[in-house]
Write a protein that binds this ligand. Structure first.
Ligand code: DAH
Length: 366
């Protein structure tokens, strides 16, 4: 290559020198004793005719010097541009923060709330620590009632300490008893609420009909952890009370709710059941979404899966809160949020929702 071409090529190569290592590589490429461009020229010099040699030699020396000084300058400018130890390199890209998201159960709870809020329901919040009255007695489950065994209760202070109720001190007190406010009634047994049905009582004690509410929240039971049980889980309670509220309203509400939550053509079946606070009562089943009704392990080969309990509010409940059961009727329902989430997402182990494993939680984008 001609001397002038090498010089041009060097200038071009210099433009891409950004680091000390680049600079060293370029130095080797041009000034290296073995294989360097200048060394190549020196070799060629030997073959030149004696009269050309001095002029050619001078040109090669000039080129060598040019390359040396230019590379030295670049090296100096690289080191002066180097940031001092400990300085922050503001040109580095920032760390992208991991964006959080709502927990899948919170997402589902919000969806349920939205469905009912749109229909004019009020959304209630209430205490997770309850007394015996709101969790059991006012819901037509007096002490020793066998239905209390349907839910294994976590007591904070024992019902065994409970003194006898003063005569006539029941709020509402029945048709003949004096009306006493719920707060005046001694209920020493405190417990972690076993269901959100307690919110039915709390709301009706402080509001006159008509009623149209849902109460989402945590509930507690003395259950061991397994695939389908956790000692704490979440429910949504619903309550509608007014003149002329019928079982048809209940069915329409529940069917509409489940269709909106799952798919519009989901089969919904009501089967007679028993709850002390509703009469008649029903368990509600939806068609298994995994096998489409054909029968699989998830629906225990029945094609249907139970999703909630409901019924027409028992007159004894109205009596306990001082409502006139001859004028108003109502319906109520209770649904487990985890259970719906398991079915909706085809998750088989409820514990996954509470283990905070990001690999699981990240599968539920908003
Ligand atoms: N409290 C019931 C449970 O925890 C669910 C339930 C059933 C609520 C029927 C209701 C109802 O309001 O009417 O399993």
């Amino acid at each position: 290559m001609a001397i002038a071409d090498i010089r041009t090529q060097f200038t071009a190569d210099l433009a891409s020198v950004c680091t000390d290592a680049d600079q060293k590589a370029l130095r080797d490429q041009y000034l290296g004793r073995k294989g360097g461009a200048v060394a190549g020229l020196m070799k060629a010099l030997g073959a030149a005719s004696p009269d050309q040699r001095p002029a050619l030699g001078q040109q090669i020396n000039e080129l060598k010097q040019h390359i040396e000084t230019t590379l030295d300058q670049r090296l100096a400018s690289l080191s002066s541009a180097r940031r001092p130890a400990g300085a922050v390199d503001v040109t580095l890209p920032g760390r992208v923060p991991a964006i959080g998201r709502l927990h899948p159960l919170t997402q589902l709870r919000s969806r349920i709330e939205a469905v009912f809020a749109r229909q004019g329901y009020e959304i209630l919040d209430g205490p997770e620590t309850e007394d015996d009255w709101h969790n059991f007695e006012a819901l037509n489950m007096p002490p020793e009632h066998p239905a209390r065994d349907m839910q294994d209760t976590l007591y904070l202070s024992g019902p065994w300490d409970r003194p006898a109720r003063p005569v006539g001190a029941v709020r509402g007190g029945g048709p003949s008893g004096p009306r006493v406010s719920g707060a005046d009634v001694p209920h020493p047994a405190t417990l972690l609420r076993t269901h959100t049905s307690s919110m039915q009582i709390r709301y009706m004690e402080s509001h006159e009909p008509p009623v149209r509410v849902i109460a989402p929240g945590r509930v507690y039971r003395r259950d061991n952890l397994d695939l389908t049980h956790t000692p704490m889980f979440q429910q949504v309670e619903g309550l509608v009370v007014g003149e002329g509220v019928t079982m048809a309203d209940l069915k329409g509400t529940i069917i509409g709710f489940l269709r909106e939550l799952f798919v519009p053509d989901i089969p919904v079946v009501f089967r007679p059941s028993f709850f002390p606070y509703t009469e008649p009562s029903a368990d509600v089943f939806i068609g298994c979404q995994r096998c489409k009704g054909a029968g699989c392990s998830m629906c225990k080969r029945t094609g249907f899966i139970e999703v909630l309990g409901c019924g027409m509010v028992h007159p004894a409940v109205f009596e306990a809160v001082g409502y006139d059961a001859t004028h108003v009727t109502g319906f109520a329902f209770g649904v487990g949020i985890e259970r719906l989430a398991l079915l909706m997402h085809g998750v088989e182990d409820i514990r996954l929702f509470y283990e905070n494993d990001l690999r699981f939680l990240e599968q539920f984008p908003l």
